[in-house]
Write a protein that binds this ligand. Structure first.
Ligand code: ATP
Ligand code: MG
Length: 240
């Protein structure tokens, strides 16, 4: 569904990704782990067109999207729940969700039933349902995270990119986030998950890639990486 080959990207003259390749098959959950500054967020930004790749290929459903503007990529069904949430603070919860569905109205993909999907999101995230008329900027951190995920899901995405959905959350809410990711996996949502909690990410994912200084150092079935001594030493130590 998403196939990345030799992706090179960065900021201005600074090259961060030095030719990474990865694949997310339909209905699969793939996780991208790595230390702070390894280039995980940069990877997701390059995939969704927030930054322009310098070279390499990104295919979404067989169509080349590398270099396209982000609004076009979103229309094709690539949803990005960004680092630090970035909800629209002055709009109510409900409007934030409807904006997530907006690219569906452009005719690039079947529109589907937006109202039904809104109801689904309110079922999946009851806290958002209770707060549907509340301004997003006044939600708690955990609630804003739920909103960012729900807004991305409102695209009815072909592929969902999740950048550290557990960031800054209390342990209880981190569990909720992973439970939600597991539910989405059961519902066959195709996902690329970036997470600081490598052990939890490897436990829920099908496939994993380890990013080190802008290159993929190890990849394979998530359970295999969990048992890899080098991965354990670097990412699954006592701190994680
Ligand atoms: N807007 C920017 N301008 C210049 N350099 C940037 C910018 N954003 C990120 N970088 C640099 O790119 C490198 C990779 O950053 P990135 O945010 O992709 O890391 P990450 O793997 O997501 O890390 P973390 O786990 O801390 O979120 C870092 O060295 C960072 O300083
Ligand atoms: Mg990051």
């Amino acid at each position: 569904m998403l196939k990345v080959e030799n992706l090179v990207a960065g900021y201005g003259k600074v090259q961060v990704l030095h030719g990474i390749s990865l694949e997310v098959e339909k209905g699969r959950l793939v996780t991208l782990i790595g230390s702070n500054g390894a280039g995980k967020t940069t990877t997701l930004r390059a995939l969704s067109g927030m930054i322009k790749p310098q070279s390499g290929s990104i295919k979404l459903g067989g169509v080349e999207i590398a270099g396209q503007p982000s609004y076009r990529i979103t229309r094709r069904g690539l949803a990005h729940s960004p680092e630090n949430r970035r909800v629209f603070p002055t709009l109510p919860v409900r409007d934030n969700l409807l904006l997530g569905a907006f690219p569906r109205l452009t005719g690039a993909r079947p529109k589907g039933d937006v109202k039904r999907d809104l109801d689904r999101m309110f079922q999946m995230f009851p806290r958002l349902a209770e707060r549907r008329d509340q301004l997003a900027g006044t939600l708690s951190g955990g609630e804003q995270q739920m909103l960012a995920m729900a807004r991305a899901l409102m695209l009815d995405p072909e592929v969902l990119l999740l950048d550290e959905p557990s960031m800054g959350l209390a342990p209880r809410l981190v569990e909720d986030v992973f439970a939600t990711v597991a539910r989405l996996k059961e519902a066959k949502v195709t996902m690329l998950l970036v997470e600081q909690f490598a052990a939890a990410a490897l436990a829920v994912a099908d496939t994993a890639y380890v990013l080190e200084n802008g290159v993929v150092s190890v990849s394979g079935p998530a359970e295999k990486l969990r048992d890899d001594p080098a991965v354990q030493a670097a990412y699954l130590g006592a701190a994680h």
